[in-house]
Design a protein around this ligand. Structure first.
Ligand SMILES: Cc1cc2nc3c(=O)[nH]c(=O)nc-3n(C[C@H](O)[C@H](O)[C@H](O)COP(=O)(O)O)c2cc1C
Length: 233
């Protein structure tokens, strides 16, 4: 650590994300650990212990792995289906990382689209079987998803989390497929220009900020490895 501090003098200094003060620049990237989170995105005792150990180790900010923010349209399970349990588990986790001055953001996902054979901006070959084509989301369904993402963020706030991170332009999941022109062939306000293609992500951030004054960040990755139907690579 001493060498790292000499080489990167800002590493130990605080940083603000909106109104949230983070004690240092060490942040654990969102990672689905696969060993402890429940199917619906809650925290088992094992996963709470896992995050507490990272807080003990000195991280200023922890991200959860992608967590289902909306459930109705895709008919899947998510934190909105288990509000009381999520609040109880979230509070237990936040109470244990607080003594270390550590904060945590939940990464909210609008789901995985074609990667899970779910609905997409326009019909697309699914990841598992390119011969199976997805259904396109209606505008009403997009609005429902955005509204649910806002409500999920409120739940995260009630559970004591410092903010949320939107699982956005990453890995060909739903919001990524909205943003990518070759996956989005809509001719309404959610397709066409870049402004239209990132409209859903923008509406999610607006819904969260308007209603709940949560701090949110938008996850995007310059690097991506998409298994495409074109070459099936
Ligand atoms: C096991 C594993 C699970 C991951 N899960 C997520 C995830 O849920 N959400 C996300 O945005 N990124 C996820 N990632 C990507 C990481 O956040 C990170 O961007 C990636 O590992 C590259 O980081 P690096 O360049 O520091 O190695 C995951 C990565 C790994 C290795």
């Amino acid at each position: 650590m001493m060498n790292a501090e000499r080489k990167y003098p800002n590493l130990s200094s605080p940083i603000r994300i909106g109104a949230v003060e983070i004690k240092n620049r060490m942040m654990m990237a969102p990672m689905d650990t696969g060993f402890g989170n429940t199917e619906w995105g809650g925290f088992t005792q094992e996963s709470i212990d896992y995050f507490v150990r990272r807080a003990e180790g000195g991280f200023g900010l922890l991200f959860s792995g992608g967590t289902n923010g909306d459930c109705v349209v895709d008919g899947c399970d998510g934190i909105l289906n288990h509000p009381d349990e999520f609040i109880r588990q979230g509070k237990a986790l936040n109470e244990r990382i607080a003594p270390y001055g550590c904060k945590m953001f939940i990464q909210l996902s609008m789901n995985v689209g074609r990667n899970g054979g779910l609905k997409t901006p326009s019909p697309l070959p699914t990841l598992a079987n390119p011969d199976v084509i997805t259904e396109a989301l209606t505008v009403e369904e997009i609005h429902t998803k955005v509204e649910e993402m806002g409500r999920a963020a409120k739940l995260c706030k009630d559970a004591g989390f410092a903010g949320v991170d939107i699982h956005a332009m990453h890995w060909g999941h739903l919001l990524d497929s909205f943003a990518l022109a070759f996956m989005n062939h809509r001719d309404d306000e959610y397709g066409g220009s870049l402004e239209n293609r990132i409209r859903v992500a923008k509406e999610i951030v607006e819904a969260i900020k308007r209603e709940f004054l949560m701090k949110s960040s938008l996850r995007s990755s310059a690097w991506r490895r998409l298994r495409l139907w074109k070459n099936k690579s």
